[in-house]
Ligand binder design. Structure first.
Ligand code: MG
Length: 301
């Protein structure tokens, strides 16, 4: 084979391989260029949902066609049967579990680390029983002390510890979800890409990450941040973008279209969960308006 034929053959082969692996075809497929149909799955945290009882809260969630419910992790083990019974026969599932453990994974004090290990595993076990996508966790808040120093060795240690925790979560049928926060709350892990890289380097399919539109004020791009989460993205939190109240209560600031576009391109199958306060007086009305706003922007994305 002369050099010219070799180049022609190998380039042709490479192009065919690339087309096969990406699904690219030489002429436009029917529907090419149209937006993908990806459903928006909204979730409400338990604490922000109106209702005196769990059943009343779930009634409200269902009345808006919302399908996810995010309880806190504190005391979750003792609530498993209560939550299961309340959800039976409804079109609502537990989305993620929001933290609730004691201690923290990067604690400098072995007793505080041991407290994290035992309380987190208890919540992970309950999360698995409830069919949750995962349990949200932060490695260390700014105020938690003594904390392991922010070094390369600490990152290696974190990945090792998360590996074990991730494998345990998988054995329970769930995951642990790393949440990057903004610098005022946690300097250690602030970007979705950083959380995704830590999840990857933990070498366990039980370690995932999330994005929170409120904390994502650290990011330079909503779209870029969520795309960087990629296959590791397991949950999303959302709030208004000025005061962390209901989406829509901060007016034009509350634009999520760019981030939603990333989620749709990723065909993100998990939940977008409201985690926010309330500026107005009427919680039910604010939630109803927020859901309408999110659905409108999702369609637009
Ligand atoms: Mg959050």
């Amino acid at each position: 084979m002369d050099r010219k034929t070799f180049i022609k053959t190998t380039l042709g082969g490479a192009a065919a391989l690339a087309a096969a692996s990406t699904g690219i075809v030489s002429c436009a497929a029917p529907g090419a260029g149209k937006k993908k149909h990806v459903p928006l799955k909204i979730s409400f945290q338990e604490g922000l949902t109106p209702g005196e009882t769990l059943a009343q809260k779930l009634d409200f969630i269902e009345s808006l066609g919302v399908t996810g419910f995010e309880p806190g992790g504190g005391g979750l083990a003792s609530r498993v049967s209560q939550i299961k019974e309340a959800l039976a026969g409804r079109n609502v599932k537990v989305s993620a579990i929001c933290a609730g453990f004691q201690g923290f994974i990067l604690a400098g004090d072995p007793a505080v680390k041991a407290l994290f290990d035992s309380t987190m595993r208890e919540i992970v076990r309950a999360a698995g029983e409830l069919g949750s996508t995962g349990v949200v966790m932060v490695p260390a808040f700014n105020g938690q002390s003594p904390c392991m120093p922010h070094t390369r060795e600490t990152r290696d240690y974190l990945c090792e510890q998360l590996h074990d925790l991730g494998e345990f979560a998988l054995s329970c049928g769930t995951t642990v979800i790393l949440e990057p926060l903004n610098r005022e709350e946690a300097f250690y892990m602030r970007l979705v890409a950083d959380a995704a890289a830590i999840a990857r380097d933990s070498h366990s399919a039980g370690v995932k990450c999330m994005g929170d539109f409120w904390h994502m004020k650290e990011e330079t791009s909503d779209y870029g941040a969520l795309m960087s989460g990629g296959e590791y993205l397991r949950h999303i939190h959302i709030a208004s973008r000025g005061r962390r109240v209901m989406p829509g209560e901060d007016g034009d600031k509350d634009n999520y279209v760019d981030g939603f576009r990333a989620l749709k391109e990723l065909e993100y199958p998990y939940y977008v969960g409201l985690e926010c306060g309330l500026a107005g007086e009427d919680r039910a009305a604010a939630l109803t308006a927020a859901v309408a706003l999110l659905r409108r922007q999702w369609d637009e994305a």
